[in-house]
Design a protein around this ligand. Structure first.
Ligand SMILES: Cc1cc2nc3c(=O)[nH]c(=O)nc-3n(C[C@H](O)[C@H](O)[C@H](O)COP(=O)(O)O)c2cc1C
Length: 204
C-alpha cells in the first residue's frame, strides 16, 4: 500500500506555530503507512512591516505550500496564529487561492484538522479554529476535531495551557516569549496521530 500523505500547512510569524507543526508531524509519522509533510504558506506583509513587527526570517528548510497542488495530499492539518480571534490573513490568502479546487471539488471528502496559537488565554483558542471550519465546509472537507483524546492535560488546571477540543494550541505570551509547553506539544502530537489514523481509515 502506498504511503498516505498528510500535508501540514502552516503560517508562523514568531515560531510558535512552527514548533507545534513539528510536533504534529511527529504524531502523523507515528502511524504506520502515513507520512506528514511540512509546508509554510506565503507571507503577505511587506518586509518593512515585518521589520516593525520584529518578525524573524522564515525557516529556509520548509518548502512553500503551493495552493494548486494540495489535492495531491490524502489529508491535512492546518496551523495558524490568531488575529483578533480568527485565522491570520496569510492563511486566509492561501485558502483564497484554492478556488480551482472548490470548482472541481478536488478536496471534497478529505480529512482536515487545525491548530492555533494565541498570546493569552480566552483570546481566540476556540474561535480561531471554529470560524476557520467555514473554509473546510465550503470545500466539502471533513473536519476532524481532537476532542479530549489527548488525555489528562486537557483537564489540568494547575498550569496555563492552550488547546481545546477544536484542536491543539499554544499560548505565546503577551510578548511572544513563552514557548509551547510539554502539555501543548503532547496535544499537537496526539492531533497528528489522530488525523493520520482517520486518513488511513478513510483511504483504505
Ligand atoms: C494583528 C494581530 C492580532 C492579534 N490578535 C490576537 C488575539 O486576538 N488574541 C491573542 O491572544 N493574540 C493575538 N495576537 C498575538 C498572536 O496570536 C501571536 O503573536 C501568535 O499566536 C504567535 O504565534 P507565531 O509565533 O506562530 O506567530 C495578535 C497578533 C497580531 C500581530
Amino acid at each position: 500500500m502506498a504511503t498516505k500523505k498528510v500535508y501540514i500547512i502552516y503560517y508562523s510569524m514568531y515560531g510558535h506555530i512552527a514548533a507545534m507543526a513539528k510536533a504534529v508531524k511527529q504524531g502523523v509519522d507515528s502511524v504506520e503507512g502515513v507520512e506528514g509533510v511540512l509546508f509554510q504558506v506565503a507571507e503577505t506583509l511587506p518586509a518593512e512591516v515585518l521589520g516593525k513587527m520584529h518578525a524573524p526570517a522564515k525557516p529556509e528548510d520548509i518548502p512553500a505550500a503551493n495552493p494548486s497542488t494540495i489535492n495531491e495530499a490524502d489529508g491535512f492539518v492546518f496551523g495558524f496564529p490568531t488575529r483578533f480571534g480568527m485565522m491570520c490573513a496569510q492563511m486566509k490568502a492561501f485558502f483564497d487561492a484554492t478556488g480551482g479546487h472548490w470548482q472541481k471539488g478536488s478536496l471534497a471528502g478529505k480529512a482536515a484538522s487545525m491548530f492555533t496559537s494565541t498570546a493569552s488565554q480566552g483570546s481566540g483558542q476556540e474561535t480561531t479554529i471554529m470560524t476557520a471550519v467555514t473554509q473546510l465546509a465550503h470545500h466539502g472537507m471533513i473536519y476532524v476535531p481532537t476532542g479530549y483524546g489527548s488525555g489528562g492535560s486537557m483537564f489540568g488546571l494547575d498550569a496555563a495551557k492552550g488547546g481545546s477540543p477544536w484542536g491543539a494550541g499554544t499560548l505565546a505570551g503577551p510578548d511572544g516569549s513563552r514557548q509551547p509547553s510539554a502539555a501543548e506539544l503532547e496535544q499537537a502530537v496526539f492531533q497528528g496521530k489522530n488525523l493520520a489514523t482517520v486518513v488511513k481509515k478513510l483511504t483504505a
